[in-house]
Design a protein around this ligand. Structure first.
Ligand code: NAI
Length: 262
């Protein structure tokens, strides 16, 4: 598989660390033009860098304005770990992500691919559909009230789990929204990946992390995730729509087998 993203203009959020950095690096190496977005400083692995706080609506609007037309791919990767305050986390991981995506649609090329970086933490979405539906029209200003009403505070990492559950469902529900323009959206759901925020996850999971360690051969690395994102950005995947691809060393299959007595 050569040149699968060559010449494509791709926006990657959270491009300064971990999975986003590796994704931007691999895409650039493969001949894509990467436009990186992050709240911290950028590096030279991107063609252009836009410093932006995706938890702030006005900043996201300004970003949408300055990004160029003709974007062939959007990787919604920026995210905060469960140890961060719930309002900030939901603003970045869900509300800001949706706001950026919807605002960028007019600037996307026909046939563009949107890839959302969700998580194994979103696996339990079928148990949260009422709250997920209630989050449909959630804007930046309503987050505090929503956290109270739907009990998605940072306690036990619930805000993080919810942000990823809602993201997987949002992706599924938008399987055909932009079908007339050939624009598709999918998720990649990593298991535990060795990046600067892995420690936050383990801290939040507590005893559950011990169980994960028992079934995990090794934590993932950003290089395990980036190629799958790149694959979804390529034209080869134009009939993959609204789906979620786990990249987790078998952990979601393990959960599924356990749930169904297999
Ligand atoms: P990371 O912390 O290494 O990278 C996240 C990037 O997002 C950072 O560069 C950070 O500055 C940026 N970011 C955070 N808040 C921002 C904001 N307000 N505006 C703009 N940029 C912001 O973390 P990692 O592990 O690479 O995470 C990337 C994505 O992968 C996240 O969405 C995370 O939830 C997801 N994920 C990570 C897993 C892991 O074990 N590391 C497992 C499953 C999913």
């Amino acid at each position: 598989m050569r040149d699968i993203v060559k010449g494509k203009r791709i926006v990657v959020t959270g491009s300064s660390s971990g999975i986003g950095l590796e994704t931007a690096r691999v895409l650039t190496e493969q001949g894509a033009e990467v436009l990186g977005v992050d709240i911290t400083k950028g590096f030279d692995h991107v063609e252009e860098f836009y410093r932006a706080d995706l938890s702030d609506g006005a900043t996201v609007n300004a970003l949408i304005d300055v990004l160029p037309e003709g974007v062939d791919g959007l990787v919604n990767n920026a995210g905060l770990p469960p140890t961060q305050p719930a309002d900030k986390l939901l603003a970045v991981n869900l509300v800001g992500l949706k706001h950026l995506t919807l605002g960028l649609i007019p600037k996307l090329s026909d046939g563009a691919s949107i890839v959302n970086v969700a998580s194994l933490a979103g696996f339990g979405w079928p148990g949260a559909t009422d709250a997920i539906k209630a989050a449909d029209d959630l804007g930046f200003e309503g987050i505090g009230e929503f956290i109270e009403r739907w009990k998605v505070s940072s306690e036990g990492g619930r805000s993080y789990f919810f942000s990823k559950e809602a993201l997987i469902v949002w992706t599924m529900r938008n399987r055909w929204t932009w079908r007339d323009r050939g624009i598709r959206m999918n998720c990649v759901s990593p298991g535990p990946v060795d990046t600067p925020i892995l420690g936050d996850f383990l801290k939040t999971l507590g005893a559950r992390a011990e169980e994960d360690r028992r079934i995990m051969d090794r934590p993932g690395a950003p290089r395990d995730i980036a190629p799958v994102i790149m694959f979804l950005l390529s034209d080869m995947t134009s009939w993959i729509r609204g789906t979620n691809i786990p990249v987790d060393g078998g952990m979601s299959s393990n959960l599924m087998c356990g749930m169904h007595g297999l």
